[in-house]
Design a protein around this ligand. Structure first.
Ligand code: ATP
Ligand code: MG
Length: 493
């Protein structure tokens, strides 16, 4: 673990033998992987020993059909045919993709792609798993199932090296922690030892996501946020919306409203239609039936700013500075903030001249968010705004979302991040198989366990213990205030 951009993925790629053999670079020192000199043998010499899951699921998938994606590496390893079929099916079942085996890979949702990449590694049964934020796009319930599958693999003798920001869900699985900051590594046997070695303040300051149970109680005065903006008309309205893609109905009869000054969160299992709904609100997909309006009109690029789930889909220029300048100068109604000031606001000045495609995933997320927040639009659509981000940056994103809402904008976001859902005071829509099965507040959701099952929701554990609304309200408020207190001051550096 370590701050956004600290070198975690670089370390995994080096252990995998990708650096310096496939990705140019210079490596010094000794690196032994599965008893071999990894710097000498490279990735090819480690085939069969390691399974590497890239942070971006898009770049991992090469085959057009789901089953073939899992079978292909096994064929390369000259596995007998019957064994390939058995192992591929097992791996797909373990990642809940069993029924998708004949599906084209290019139309999978992002989370389904991440599961598929993981399945193809599991099928190879490597000795060492190198997993870069393996569940960043996976819904919370399935993520928990995948972690229990990983514990099983560990019990069977596999070594697992994992990069994670939200470590709350993986602490049971972990035997040691390597914390990286500024290129330096510190080893600890567990969270307590890491806090003791580095110090809680410093860990928080460098952006490490500390599980709630390790946070001090700050007993702060609750502050009110989100003043209600008086506005009777919804800014975004969907009526009996139906969307069809490739001959299949993806969204059925969606009724949805979002008002000025309001933040709306959409949650739900992988493949339930969340991204499809955002794209429809953005005007990128035409509904088959029903109606979608933004300020009473058809959605258009001048009425919505849309942050895509995969940041690369948004970029058109070479460097960070060019990218931001281009978005801002093409946008007809932009804010007064100049790109230079903007980068500063997110503490990203040092990235100005970097090539966008070479940024870390977390850095890409920040740049893609920042350039859209700079545009002045009535509606902001954010698909997974905090994936790949450490605590410090997640809080900064939270602050910006609240700022947009407080200044009368409409923010609609999709997320698998239970933490973000918990901290935002917003209306929640739960999607399941293309239908809205829940609409209400977080408190309503937390007290309604039947719904969790349907939408694969899994709140942070300390919230599950609250039994009545009053207790829940208190616990929630405490948690929100503790984190916000930590976020205040100058955490934008
Ligand atoms: N062109 C297409 N043809 C047929 N089905 C499609 C097409 N594009 C997407 N789908 C399917 O629509 C469903 C919803 O996809 P969507 O991307 O909206 O899911 P999501 O809820 O955003 O999932 P995730 O949490 O993984 O991001 C998926 O099952 C996907 O495979
Ligand atoms: Mg999606």
């Amino acid at each position: 673990m370590g701050p956004t951009g600290s070198g975690k993925s670089t370390l995994l790629l080096t252990i995998a033998g990708a650096i310096p053999h496939h990705i140019p670079g210079r490596v010094e020192g000794i690196l032994t992987v599965a008893g071999k000199n990894a710097l000498e043998v490279g990735m090819l010499g480690l085939v069969g020993d390691i399974g590497l899951l890239f942070q971006d699921p898009e770049i991992q998938i090469v085959m057009p059909i789901v089953f073939d994606e899992v079978a292909f590496p096994l064929e390369n390893l000259k596995t007998p045919r019957e064994k390939i079929i058995k192992r591929a099916q097992e791996a797909l079942d373990k990642t809940s993709l069993g029924s998708f085996k004949d599906y084209p890979t290019d139309i999978l949702s992002t989370g389904q792609k991440q599961k598929l990449a993981l399945a193809s590694i599991m099928a190879m049964d490597p000795k060492i798993y190198l997993l870069d934020e393996p569940t960043a796009h996976i819904d919370p319930k399935t993520a928990r199932e995948i972690y229990s599958e990983l514990s099983q693999l560990k019990r069977n003798g596999a070594a697992i090296i994992l990069v994670e920001h939200r470590i709350e869900y993986v602490l049971d699985l972990v035997d040691k922690i390597l914390y990286i900051d500024n290129g330096q590594g510190i080893m600890a046997q567990n969270m307590e030892e890491l806090i003791e070695k580095v110090g809680l303040e410093k860990l928080l300051d460098s952006g490490v996501w500390i599980p709630a149970s390790y946070l001090p109680s700050l007993n702060t005065e609750p502050q009110s946020i989100n003043p209600t903006v008086e506005d009777a008309d919804p800014t975004v309205q969907a009526k009996s919306l139906q969307v069809q893609l490739g001959g299949k109905i993806i969204l059925h009869d969606i009724d949805f409203t979002a008002k000025r000054g309001e933040t709306t969160v959409i949650i739900g299992p992988n493949g339930s239609g969340k991204t499809t709904l955002l794209k429809t609100i953005a005007g990128l997909i035409k509904p088959k039936n029903g109606q979608i309006t933004v300020q009473g009109k058809k959605p258009s690029p001048t009425s919505v700013a849309y942050v895509t789930q995969i940041p690369d889909h948004q970029f058109t220029e070479r460097t960070v500075e060019e990218e931001i300048r281009s978005v801002v100068s093409n946008g007809s109604r932009r804010t007064s903030l100049d790109p230079e000031q903007a980068l500063k606001r997110f503490g990203l000045e040092k990235l100005r001249d970097k090539v966008v495609y070479e940024l870390s995933q977390g850095e890409k997320r920040l740049v893609s968010l920042l350039e859209m927040i700079l545009l002045d639009r009535p509606v902001y659509l954010l698909d997974e705004p905090t994936f790949g981000l450490d605590l410090k940056y997640s809080l900064l994103v939270l602050k910006n979302i609240e700022h947009l809402a407080n200044s009368g904008k409409t923010v609609i976001l999709v997320t698998h991040d239970s933490w973000l859902v918990t901290l935002l005071q917003s209306k929640i829509y739960g999607l399941s198989q293309g239908r809205i099965v829940f609409a209400g507040s977080l408190e309503d959701l937390l007290l309604n366990r039947d719904i969790w099952q349907r939408i694969n929701f899994d709140p942070p554990s300390f919230l599950k213990e609250a039994e009545d609304p009053a207790q829940l309200k208190e616990t929630l408020q405490d948690y929100r205030e503790t984190l916000k207190q930590l976020a205040r001051g100058d955490r934008q550096k």
